[in-house]
Design a protein around this ligand. Structure first.
Ligand code: RP5
Length: 289
């Protein structure tokens, strides 16, 4: 891993009263000034909650370290799993559970996440300029800056618009995850006839050759708990003349129920920290925000 990224000083996930996937599961109240572990909070006593489908032990989930001695190599590469954080070494509590690097979330356990500690994801932000019918780039009337568009999907779980990102599978490289998730969620490659898949794959490979890293680190994801959290690497793939990505017919698939080219501006409401990532992409291209 590269140099540790700075740790965000706060998150919003702890502000919701209940857990995102189970409205009967409360989060222990945490005020903004009680988030960091260094803040004294002697009354803090959150529930230990992991969802039943995770406790059943699907292959991609960790064993339940509350009941078995699992010998997980935290802060290290552990077989096919990279258990290191982009923010450097995280702490392990007295029970042997990793501690969320940002701080308290109001819930212990894994919630709906499979891994103890960091759960690694990748987010591809595919962009092009907004153009009129004469192929001229459209500028915003107030800022006079060109308007960028990115491929956004609707998440099947919460119905929020989001970047078509996903989890890095065990042993998978980041570049493979970025292409796979974009293909599955925004182009529905899983449903494309096998004979057409190779051609599409070549196009995706070409577009994804030159990416710019936008962010790596903690995501303020509603699924996070004190012991399990999301981290991601966000890359921008920009189609400056609109000739490569533009040839694809967007088609929602897999974990997405909708997909579209979306104008980038400050009013975007997106899943987790995705609007922050999109803002950085707009800044990178000196586009309207
Ligand atoms: C977010 O969850 C990441 O930024 C990424 O977009 C996503 C990965 O989780 P799944 O879409 O696989 O549920 O934290």
């Amino acid at each position: 891993m590269n140099k540790p990224a700075p740790i965000p000083r706060k998150h919003k996930n702890c502000l919701s009263k209940t857990y995102c996937r189970d409205d009967k599961q409360n989060r222990f109240p945490v005020q903004e000034n009680q988030i960091v572990w260094e803040a004294s909070y002697p009354e803090y006593d959150p529930d230990d909650f992991t969802m039943p489908h995770i406790l059943k032990g699907p292959v991609w989930a960790d064993p339940n370290i509350r009941v078995v001695d699992a010998d997980i190599q935290f802060n290290d590469i552990d077989g096919k799993h990279d258990r290191r954080s982009h923010h450097g070494p995280y702490k392990i509590d007295d029970e042997g559970s990793p501690l969320n690097p940002v701080g308290r979330t109001g819930l212990r356990g894994r919630g709906t996440l499979g891994k103890w500690g960091p759960n690694h994801a990748a987010d591809p932000v595919v962009t092009r300029w907004k153009r009129d019918k004469n192929n001229k780039i459209v500028c915003d009337k107030e800022t006079n800056k060109p308007i960028l568009q990115f491929v956004a999907i609707v998440r099947r779980d919460h119905g929020d618009w989001a970047i078509p990102g996903g989890m890095v599978d065990a042993g998978e490289s980041l570049s493979v995850t970025l292409k796979r998730e974009f293909g599955e969620e925004a182009l529905n490659t899983l449903e494309i006839p096998i004979d057409q898949r190779d051609v599409l794959k070549q196009h995706i490979d070409k577009i994804f050759q030159n990416g710019t890293e936008i962010y790596r680190g903690y995501v303020d994801d509603p699924r996070n708990t004190d012991n399990s959290w999301m981290e991601t690497q966000v890359y921008n793939f920009h189609d400056d003349d609109g000739q490569s990505v533009g040839i694809f017919r967007l088609n929602a698939g897999d974990d997405a129920t909708g997909v579209k080219w979306t104008d980038i501006n400050r009013n975007l409401k997106l899943f987790a920290s995705h609007a922050d990532f999109i803002k950085s992409v707009a800044e990178l291209h000196n586009a309207h925000w």
